[in-house]
Write a protein that binds this ligand. Structure first.
Ligand code: FMN
Length: 338
């Protein structure tokens, strides 16, 4: 007789269930610890600054510059923090002698060039902190950078077409839009987009996703103020919150699946919103303990659900700028195993 069958036959039912639970919790603990080790050894945490982590920081701070450049109410001299941080990171990059032909380096120098060009274009002098952030070598790198790696693009009429789009047209035309027309969004269109996004696959068809559709202006304002990643923009006419239910999952090895299924669903929803010609911007729910608690209380969400992301939604406004968010080439992220 197998040990498992023997134990099950000899131990009373409730006790056996307790043992099974204990085993699951132990496995969960071990897997969390291993995940913790992988993340803490490799993420761009203080003390982990290898080339990849430095590149992560370059991309992160460059995106803040791109966002600032795309604002309709452009604020000359913005961005002392990301510019100072880019100065530090680029100096480290050059001191280590890392290649200047790496994506993050190209994006950073290109974003800084776009910053200079924008100030030139509107006849504003660069702020003092800009000039003091970079040494001569970095200034040369910025000067020699490829402008297509960063900067902003404009929402045009063709991107705004309302005709039915193919999947590749949706992927190519969708961008994060943070400035919308000042008009309400139709509830039925959002419902149709959610219906379409329900076609997203989920593990064993578990469908753990849930969506809150928020139109209440005060709640949108409070939620995005807690979220913190929407500074400097008018609040959107509608805000969606995608969550995933932990109760849809069985055991320790499924612990990350709410995020995988929730992420796939969210991408389907972004595509569906684009297919209905609505502007949208995914917004992180990377909350600390306080943000998590405030948001759960604000929206009456229990611990049973995991936050996946917010999506700001509104009618597209032709002519507004958006960060270019240039993409890596597919071959740089692909490994073929034959
Ligand atoms: C999960 C997730 C969270 C995001 N969080 C924010 C955010 O908090 N604030 C923001 O302005 N943009 C946010 N974005 C938008 C990204 O900056 C944007 O998707 C990225 O730069 C690519 O640009 P694109 O969406 O225009 O293609 C988020 C995107 C994703 C997928």
């Amino acid at each position: 007789m197998k040990i498992k069958t023997f134990v099950r036959d000899c131990i009373p039912g409730p006790m056996y269930e307790k043992l099974r639970r204990l085993k699951s919790l132990l496995l969960l603990f071990v897997l969390f610890m291993k995940q913790d080790r992988r993340f803490s050894k490799n993420a761009a945490l203080p003390g982990n600054m290898g080339q990849k982590q430095l590149e992560t920081q370059l991309i992160f701070f460059s995106h803040q510059i791109e966002k600032g450049l795309s604002h309709s109410n452009f604020r000359p001299g913005f961005g002392s923090r990301p510019i100072y941080a880019l100065g530090v990171c680029l100096k480290k990059w050059n001191n280590h002698g890392y290649s200047k032909d790496i994506f993050g380096f190209k994006v950073a120098t290109s974003a800084l060039k776009a910053y200079i060009d924008k100030h030139d274009e509107i006849g504003c002098v660069l702020p003092d902190f800009f000039n003091s952030a970079f040494d001569r070598e970095i200034m040369k790198d910025i000067d020699a950078s490829d402008p297509s790696f960063s900067g902003t693009s404009v929402i045009s009429g063709s991107e705004n077409s309302s005709s039915m789009k193919t999947y590749s047209q949706i992927l190519n035309s969708r961008v994060s839009i943070r400035e919308f027309e000042d008009c309400p969004v139709s509830e039925s269109t959002i419902e149709s987009a959610i219906s379409l996004a329900m076609r997203a696959p989920t593990v064993c068809n578990r469908q753990p996703q849930a969506v809150r559709v928020i139109f209440n202006k005060l709640i949108i304002k409070q939620a995005l103020t807690i979220q913190g990643g929407w500074r400097g923009y008018e609040f959107p006419p509608a805000l969606l919150l995608v969550t995933a239910h932990n109760s849809s999952f069985n055991n320790a090895i499924e612990r990350n699946e709410p995020y995988v299924d929730g992420g796939i669903f969210s991408m389907a929803l972004l595509g569906a919103l684009e297919s209905y010609d609505l502007g949208a911007c995914p917004l992180n729910t990377m909350f600390d303990i306080h943000q998590d608690g405030f948001t759960r209380r604000l929206l009456n969400i229990s611990e049973e659900e995991e936050f996946i992301m917010y999506i700001a939604v509104g009618k597209k406004k032709v002519g507004v700028s958006h960060p270019r968010s240039f993409r890596k080439a597919a071959e740089t992220v692909t490994t073929v195993i034959r």
